[in-house]
Design a protein around this ligand. Sequence first.
Ligand code: ADP
Ligand code: MG
Length: 700
Amino acid sequence: MHGGDARSSTMERWTHPVTEVRFVDDRKAEALARLDIHTVEDLVRHYPFRYLDLTTTATMVQARPGTEATIVGTVHDIKVKHPRPRLTITEIALVDSTGAVIGVWFNQPYIAQRFRVGERLAFAGRVEIDYGLKQMRTPFVERLDDENGPDTLGRILPVHRTTEGLSTNWMRRLVSEALTLGGDVADPLPVSLRREHGLMSLRHALRAIHFPVDADDADQARRRLAYEELLTMQLGLQLRRHREVGERPGHAHRTDGTALSRFAEILPFDLTGDQRAAVAEIASDMAAPIPMNRMLLGDVGSGKTAVAAAALAIAADSKTQAAMMAPTEVLATQYAGKVGPLLDELGISWRLLTGSTPVAERRSVLSDLADGSATIALGTHALFQDDVAFSRLSLVIVDEQHRFGVTQRLALRAKGEAADLLVMTATPIPRSLALTVYGDLDTSYLRERPGGRGPEHVVTEVIARSGRAKAYDRVKAAVKQGHQAYVVCALVDESDAAQAKAATSEARRLQERVFPGLKVGLLTGQMRSSEKNAVMQRFRDGSVDVLVATTVIEVGVDVPNATLMIVEDAERFGLAQLHQLRGRVGRGQHAGEVLLFADARSDEGKRRMQVIVSTNDGFALAEEDLRLRGEGDLFGQRQSGLPALRLASVINDIDLIALSRIDAVSLVSDDPHLVALEHALLGWEVSLAFGAGWEWVSAG
Ligand code: ADP
Ligand code: MG
């Protein structure tokens, strides 16, 4: 364990039970436990979720409608009204010498019991005007009598989360006592970093986050503490990366070979600027004798495959082998169709391996990979089965990597000696998340759309139930012009089997009643892969006009002649998924239309529909999605083992995230085990933050 000797006695006191804090008796300890506060540190770090700023209060007459304000006055009147059955309105009139403001609560009659006429209160909230009277709806209320004392005015009061049996005032007092006992703690941030970023000391920050002298003091405290949280997380990620790849020498690929230079010549198009930049970044990583750990992010249709193919050419030039893995058989087969001919033209030998490769062929593929007579393996999960061996695997490419677990990624990578890794994703992860959840990966972005397909290339509309017939006419019109269409009818919350059933009956309905003159095909996740391949083939060669599908088509299906898509029950999809879906049309030179059948009832559903119609930029959508959903369980969901963030926000703290990542990279490169005296406390913090995960974080 790092840093044990650097812990001061105060630091040790942090881990002591919260009952050591003055005034915390058994009953209060029980209440605190309900808030998950067990130690002195837990209480010190029980940061306020808001402040009540009594340094800048407004009088009743000054409080301007349409603005946020804090007002202080005396309760003049308390009323509970019942205008309708099942509706109660509680009104508390607060007055000062200039006038009155009324606090209003709906269906919370108990509020009336909490306060009494003559009491001094502060309200904080938005001032509104109703029937000529100023009011605040469900304002935040603070009682200013008794416990707060006369010196409360002119101060900024922290508001902490509390629980039954513990008032806000008591919570403030307990936090203050915890600071007295344990607030004098050694600072894990090296002085040099603090100086460089103008960050206050930990002691100062802990005091100021709870009891700031002014708003700026609180902001600076939050910034300092959020930075420390983020730095701790980034250090954990960088230490993990270092452990995974850092100490073994990687392949120094040659990037001046003929396959790579001829590759650009045989492509039927010029690479976009973003594609060229990504290839350059990958080439430079591959040339370095350190294993590459890179993620290529690009919207559907941004041209990731060509970039991946360039990386394959580099491996071939280096006389080593590469494997490229897709999440589905349909996709793997598409690679073979698109990348295969390019490889053939460059004289690079390749094989395809999937779950349905016949036994005899499989045997010959395995032998070609094992003895090195095949250079490139394209395939699915089948590639990391135990009996698949390579003679000199130096590059692993994983497409749609979120569909694979970290262990699967590692399993494939382990088939080579310190192989380079390139993961690709069409899920437009917001930059802040890419830097945190995937902070151990470097990133390359494809933002441009190739082939002159700008943002107007795909138009999205929301169609209400009444517009169905017209929408079907547009399908007929598109087919008449020689194009094809998708109808996606996936019930998002249903099982695969139920989805398949819904799609199957919809396909029948469309064929018999709506499009009797057209050919309707069906693609569901339940079908056998030979059936899937067959229907995809018929869609590709144009013998199916309308393909009814569940979300199997979400990933990577590429039929440039398909120009129209209908999505049933669109309001039930998430933004990211809708965006993935719509990426299936407008892939050729023809513009695409996406018709979302939706009768959104919920506000959130309506907002999602507005957002998806208004932008085609996947990264902007992803940011918006994050905002709509909130950051809630992001970390738990995507990748376990990351510490929770108390203060830092992946939505609002992008600058701090970027800063902390740069600092973590440089700290770990200078001191890969964080053993230097000035880093010992940081190392200790990382070990605490990552908890059980520390074993794999530490370079042990
Ligand atoms: P992604 O895998 O990122 O979804 P693809 O690699 O499948 O995208 O590319 C989408 C389409 O764009 C393909 O038909 C591909 O041939 C084409 N394409 C890729 N790069 C370019 C380019 N630079 N110029 C023109 N077309 C391109
Ligand atoms: Mg792709």
